[in-house]
Structures are given as structure tokens and as C-alpha cells.
Design a protein around this ligand. Structure first.
Ligand code: ZN
Length: 309
């Protein structure tokens, strides 16, 4: 009797079952792994373009209006701004994804979990337990290492955990590209909550600069999560060894730490700093990581198809 099981649905498969990177597959799930999901890539590109347009529009409106917003209206306006990046992505993702839809409740579920983990774990642990504000700015090296080892690792681990310990072991995670779908949703949920706290903690934000910062945080967290999603997809469908996921997590923690360190230093330099430079950096990083993940997944899928031919 065969003891081989499909790595997605765990039904028994015969000795002649399809293999991929040391894992067995039933016919149905072998066919699914390599699906391309064009909607995800289109939604990602639209997200970047739409966020640039959104930020430019808010900056334009803010420059034409006298700064009359104060108190509660200002906080409300900021909260609306905080939600918009995630809203754009979710709307376009679902619109593009109608033909081969991912179960909505799973995508929304990891989005909400990402938001809850940001508020209930990331902020209390980073701010209260590690009290980073008290020691982070002591020297350049402390600042860089703290940004990577404390903030980067905690934030990226939580976004990773929102996928790894929920949908990852389930049969709904049945395509390589699903790692990117779910991790991006978790990353945007996480970023939305950080932005929400940013607005509330500051009693509202100057709308033009606030919108730029909100877009930067959303783009960065979605991008790093997308890279982690690639690692999750590879680890689920091929035997990658025990160090593969920790290596992916380390990579995105370093990216996260360095990115926000550079953003912070640039912002602190004050008057001569133009916030649009930060936005340009975030757009470049989003497009670069997006292209890298797209081509890596495409080539992995093509290799799989060539093996199966
Ligand atoms: Zn199966």
C-alpha cells in the first residue's frame, strides 16, 4: 500500500503520482500549483499608480484649501486617508480576480488578522516592552541594528504568522502565487492599522504630508509581505529545507529595518527634506520587489510545467 499523500489536500496518491521538488501531488492540485493569476499582478500595478495619484490629489487639495480642519474632523479625514490604500488594492484585486476567485473570507480574514496583530502585538511590544523610543536614536549603529533586529523582525514575523498559522496549511492555499495574495493582504491590514494609530496618536495629520506618509507605509509593508509570500509559496510546494522560511523572514526584516531607518533619518533632517523623495523611494521599492517576485514565480511555474511535460 502506498503511503504517499498530496501535499495540499492530504488524500492518498499512487506511486505514479506527480512529484515536484520532493512533494507529491494529486492531479487536481498539481494542475493548480502553476496557475498564473494575472489579476494579482494587475491589481499590484494599479495599486502603485493609484497611490501616486491619490497622494498628488490630496496634496493638491490641501494646498488649495485653508487649513480649516481641526480636532475630530481632522482625525476623521486622517482615518479615511489611512484606509484608502488597502481599499484600492482590495477593490481592484477582487475585480481582476473574478474569473478564478480566491475565497473572499480568507483574504479578508488575513487582512483583519494583520491589522489586529499590528495593534495588539506589534505596537505594544515595540513601544512598551522594548521601549525603542528611549534608546533607538543613541547612535547610528544602535539605530540601524534596532530597526532591523527589533522593529523589522517583530513586524515581519507578525505578518508572516498571519498567513503561516492560518491559511497556509489549508487546502485554500493551493497555488504558488497564493503566498503573495495572502501575505499582501496581511501586510496591507498591518499597514492600515499602523497608519490609523499614526493619525490618532498625532490628533490628525497635515493632509498633504500625512497622505504621503500613509502611502509610503502601505507600499512598504505590502512589498515586504509580498516577498515573504513568495518564500511561503515555495516552501509549501517544494521541499526547501528547514532554513528556507527563516531565511526569507530575515531578508524581509533587513529590508524593513533599512527602509524605515532611511525614511526616518531623511524625515528627521527636517526642512530641506522633501517628503516626495520618500514617496519616490517607496514606489521604486514596490515596483522592484513586485517585478522580482513576478519573475521568480513565473520561472518557478515554467520549470514545473517543463518537468511535468
Ligand atoms: Zn490534492
Amino acid at each position: 500500500m502506498s503511503t504517499r499523500i498530496c501535499c495540499v489536500c492530504h488524500i492518498q496518491v499512487g506511486d505514479e503520482a506527480k512529484m515536484l521538488g520532493g512533494r507529491c501531488y494529486c492531479d487536481e492540485h498539481y494542475a493548480k500549483v502553476t496557475r498564473d493569476r494575472r489579476g494579482l499582478w494587475q491589481a499590484g500595478l494599479i495599486e502603485v499608480v493609484a497611490l501616486v495619484a491619490f497622494v498628488a490629489l490630496v496634496a493638491l487639495i490641501a494646498s488649495r484649501l485653508p487649513p480649516t480642519l481641526e480636532g475630530t474632523p481632522l482625525i476623521l479625514a486622517g482615518i479615511i486617508l489611512a484606509v484608502i490604500p488597502a481599499l484600492i488594492w482590495l477593490v481592484f484585486f477582487y475585480q481582476q480576480d473574478r474569473l478564478e476567485p480566491e475565497p473572499k473570507r480568507y483574504v479578508i480574514g488575513v487582512f483583519i488578522l494583520g491589522a489586529l496583530l499590528a495593534s495588539a502585538v506589534a505596537l505594544p511590544v515595540i513601544e512598551d516592552l522594548f521601549q525603542v523610543r528611549d534608546w533607538l536614536y543613541r547612535s547610528t549603529w544602535v539605530y540601524i541594528l534596532g530597526s532591523i533586529l527589533i522593529i523589522g523582525f517583530i513586524e515581519e514575523f507578525l505578518k508572516y504568522a498571519a498567513v503561516r498559522y492560518t491559511v497556509y496549511p489549508s487546502t485554500e492555499f493551493d497555488e504558488r502565487v497564493d503566498g503573495v495574495v495572502y501575505a499582501t493582504a496581511a501586510g496591507l491590514g498591518f499597514a492600515t492599522m499602523l497608519n490609523f494609530h499614526y493619525v490618532v496618536d498625532n490628533n490628525g495629520v497635515a493632509l498633504g504630508v500625512g497622505a504621503i506618509r500613509i502611502a509610503i507605509v502601505a507600499l512598504a509593508h505590502a512589498s515586504f509581505a509580498g516577498v515573504m509570500g513568495y518564500f511561503l509559496g515555495q516552501a509549501k510546494f517544494e521541499d526547501k529545507g528547514p532554513w528556507y522560511l527563516p531565511a526569507g523572514l530575515t531578508l524581509v526584516a533587513v529590508l524593513n529595518g533599512l527602509f524605515f531607518y532611511v525614511q526616518d533619518v531623511a524625515t528627521r533632517r527636517g526642512i530641506e527634506f522633501n517628503p516626495w523623495n520618500g514617496m519616490i523611494a517607496a514606489v521604486v521599492i514596490a515596483l522592484a520587489t513586485f517585478a522580482a517576485v513576478f519573475f521568480l514565480i513565473r520561472s518557478a511555474n515554467r520549470e514545473t510545467l517543463a518537468e511535468g511535460a
